[in-house]
Every structure is written in C-alpha cells, then in structure tokens.
Design a protein around this ligand. Structure first.
Ligand SMILES: *[C@@H]1O[C@H](CO)[C@@H](O)[C@H](O)[C@H]1NC(C)=O
Ligand SMILES: *[C@@H]1O[C@H](CO)[C@@H](O)[C@H](O)[C@H]1NC(C)=O
Length: 458
C-alpha cells in the first residue's frame, strides 16, 4: 500500500511540476492571442465579405506559412475610376520569438492557412462603400494574410520542429501573384498594414515602390506600426527582448535595410524609430500616442507588474493616477521624438492622436464615421486621402491626453487582460502543492524504508 502511495505521490510531483510549467507557457500564449483578437474585433453591420484565395505556386517557391501550408489573401476587384488603383493591406497579429510560441502559432490562423477564415469582412479602409471609405472604396483592395510571425521578413526553417520562417518569400510570392493579376498596370498604389502589418509596411515600403515603373504613384501607410524600443514600468525592455528572439530565430537580419544594419545591431533595425527617416517612398504614420497594444504588452506587461499596481490603469486610462499618467505621457514624448526627422520631409504624412487605441484604419468606427476620431476636425480617412492625393499636407499631432474627446478609447476587461495574472497564481499554487507532496514523499519514505525493513522482518 505504502509503495503505491509513494508511487502516486512521486508521479504527481514530477508530472505536476512539468504540467504547471508548460501550462504557464500555453496560458501566456492564449492570453496574448485573446488580446490580439480583442484588438481585432470590430462592430460590423452588413459589410462586404471577401473570400480567401490561396496563392497558387507559392509553395513551390518555398513561400509557406509557419506550418508549411500556402499563404493567402482576400482580393476585391476595383471598379470605375478605381480599376487601376491598388491597395495592399498587410494583416497584423503579433510575432513569435521562440520555438515554442512558433509551434503553438502553427495551430492558429496566424501560422497556418488551414485555420484562416474562408472569408473576412472588408471594413474601414477596405470597405467598398463610398460613404464608409471615401477615397479608396473603388480601388482593387487586398488583405494579405499574416502567417509567418516575423512581419513578412523572416528567412529560414527549423527542421526538428517543422517550422518554416518564410515571411520574406511570402511577401515576394504575393506581390508576384498580384502583379500577374493586374497590379502591374497600376496607376497608383498604396501599401498599408496594421500592427505587425504596419511594421511590415515600413520594412517593405521601398521594395514595394521598386515593383512599379517610376510613373506609378506609390505610397505607404503604417497604422499602429510605431513600436518603440521603450522601457517598461519595471525598467526592463520587454519588446526589445522579444524582437531579439524574432530576428534571431526567424533569420530576419538579411532582410532589414542595410542603411540601418550597417549602423546598429539587427534587433535595433526591427524598430521603426531607426528606419522611418531613411525610407525614400512617401509614407504616412498613423498611430495612437498611447498605443493600446504597447501599453498592454510593452509598457505594462504582467511580468513587469507582479503586484498589480498598474492593473486598473492598464485596463482603463481613466483609472491612472497622476504619476502613472506621467509615465504614459513620457511614452508619447518618445513617440514624437522617434518621428522628428521623419516629419521634416514634405512627402510624409502624420496622424498621431492622443487616444488609447490600436489599428484605426481597419475599423469602421475609427476610420470614417460621424463620431470617428479627429484632429482639427478631420477624420483619419480624410487625412490619409488628403495626403495620398496631395490635396494638402497632413502633419497632425494631437495635444496630450485628455484634450481629445473624439477618441474611441479601448477599455479592457478581466477576460482580456487578467489571464496571465490568474494563470501565474494558479500555476504557483499547483507547483506549491507539488512541492508539498515531494516533502510528503521524503517524510513517508523514511518511514517506508523502516516499514520495508519491518516487512522483511515479517
Ligand atoms: C463578419 O461579420 C459578421 C457579422 O456581420 C460576423 O458574424 C463574422 O464573424 C465576421 N467575420 C469575421 C471573419 O470576422
Ligand atoms: C500611483 O499608483 C502607484 C501604484 O499603485 C503608486 O506607487 C504611486 O505612488 C501612485 N502615485 C500617486 C501620485 O498617487
């Protein structure tokens, strides 16, 4: 009996500690997923649904998602005066920086076309209705799906884990495919993207321009792509550490602009602040000064706030006290510094509103509606249009929070943010229970040895 008891206890201890550790990783992955999904959700009412097209022949060029499946896009053809205009929107969705996070990603739409929605809603800058999208509604509009985990910039593979890091090849294969589908005739083209896709739009802007003859009007828009190399509330560098993993694991280095990599380490060249001033193609930076993803994941990640002092502030900016707000204002100042040289060029555009938001061009409510965010009474859609068509120069920088009452600030709830905290305490309890049983084993075992002796005695 005792032997069995000891067996069960040891088994529980070993398996339990192992499980709790892997659970923590999985939970963290799931929590990040939930945050991304939350940031993506938009209120859509009877919008256009556009089917997924897998890119034929991409796989033969090694242009595949993390799991080896072909990449894809959604294309809605332009019409009327927009027939020869092309908008390419690069999808976002975080990054994967470790073997484990990339392996987990293979089981989601962010790492495999097997799991991608067969059709998606085209809203905001992708809408086909003039009243929702005044300047681009009749263009050829493409949403290129993101399934590589390195902002379309990796190159490599990991055979042991069957991981393909082929972001750069996906980018090239998609552009080649779209060129063949009529984009080579484009009179004007806009490369856009949000979040990790907004970073990709910065990384690939000049490459995109080079696809076309000099006579084509080509510009780029980065929405919520200004990821700063910032210090978190505990003094750490969460995003830099993560980017270091992405760049190294996925072989991003060779696809970063050499104007940057000749000056500084590759990880630094994955940060827009070290890139945007050197982009030759006209570029528009659209970003919330208190970017909601960066507040959640770079400035106040749960790991940097183990006691939850920042919890209320992180969920709702209205709950930040004065010193916390000072920290966030400092982040805004860093953002403005990061674009200082960029903003001096006449061909560039800016819309930095003092909101707690993320991805304002894809959501209808923030892109163009009666009550959508404004700077100087001008909505984002109008600002981007004015800049693209050279109707006027747009360098819109908001006054600091809380002066803007047109913001659609994101308020987070327990379902979205608290998971990591809960899962950490759960796994801690779990581990403590396991350690307790290890202690019990030691206790019982000294007895069991004696018991065993006495058994022999019997
Ligand atoms: C598209 O919008 C409909 C509601 O109009 C929603 O039910 C559906 O889940 C949306 N699709 C995606 C992929 O978000
Ligand atoms: C704001 O809250 C933080 C965390 O609870 C605390 O350390 C700080 O002293 C507070 N500052 C003010 C001015 O109340």
């Amino acid at each position: 009996m005792k032997q069995i008891f000891i067996w069960v206890l040891s088994f529980w201890t070993v398996i339990g500690i192992g499980l709790s550790r892997s659970d923590a990783g999985l939970e963290e992955f799931n929590a990040k997923e939930r945050l991304l999904s939350f940031l993506e959700t938009a209120v859509v009412s009877n919008s256009l649904q556009v089917p997924l097209t897998l890119i034929q022949g991409a796989a033969s060029k090694g242009a595949v998602c993390l799991d080896g499946t072909p990449p894809g896009y959604h294309l809605d053809r332009g019409f009327g005066s927009g027939s020869n205009s092309w908008l390419i929107q690069l999808e976002g969705g975080g990054w994967c920086n470790t073997i484990r996070s990339c392996v987990l990603r293979k089981t989601t739409r962010r790492g495999s076309s097997k799991f991608m929605e067969k059709q998606i809603n085209f809203t905001g800058i992708l809408s086909n209705k003039a009243e929702q999208n005044p300047d681009f509604y009749n263009w050829n509009r493409v949403k290129l799906r993101y399934c590589d985990g390195a902002s379309f910039a990796g190159e490599g593979q990991n055979e042991a884990n069957q991981l393909y890091f082929r972001g750069q090849r996906i980018w090239s294969a998609a552009m080649e495919d779209l060129m063949a589908k009529g984009m080579h005739n484009a009179e004007q083209a806009l490369l856009s993207g949000c979040s990790a896709g907004g970073l990709a739009s910065i990384l690939h802007c000049d490459e995109f321009k080079d696809l076309f003859p000099k006579t084509t009007k080509v510009k780029c828009l980065s929405d919520a792509g200004l990821f700063l190399d910032a210090t978190n509330v505990a003094g750490g560098h969460t995003l830099r550490d993560m980017y270091g993993g992405v760049v190294t694991l996925q072989g991003v280095q060779n696809n970063l602009p050499s104007t940057c990599t000749s000056q500084m380490p590759p990880t630094s060249c994955f940060f827009p602040q070290n890139l945007v001033a050197n982009i030759k193609t006209p570029m528009f930076l659209l970003n919330a000064a208190y970017d909601a993803w960066q507040v959640q994941e770079s400035l106040i990640p749960s790991s940097a706030d183990p006691n939850g002092f920042w919890r209320d502030c992180k969920m709702d900016q209205a709950h930040c006290n004065s010193s916390q707000m000072l920290f966030l204002q400092d982040f805004r100042n860093q953002m403005l510094n990061a674009i200082n040289d960029f903003s001096k060029s006449n061909q560039n555009g800016l819309f930095i509103n003092s909101c707690f938001a993320h991805c304002q061009s894809e959501r209808q409510d923030t892109w163009y509606e009666n009550d959508s965010p404004r700077i100087g009474n001008k909505a984002i859609a109008v600002s981007v249009g004015d800049w693209f068509f050279d109707r006027m120069s747009v360098k819109a920088i908001d006054c600091p929070y809380p002066c803007d009452n047109s913001c659609h600030n994101l308020i987070f709830n327990d379902d979205v943010t608290s998971t990591i905290t809960i899962s950490e305490s759960t796994s801690l309890t779990f581990t403590l229970l396991n350690l307790l049983s290890a202690f019990l084993i030691t206790l019982t075992c000294s007895k069991c040895i004696m018991g065993g002796l006495s058994l022999t005695g019997d």
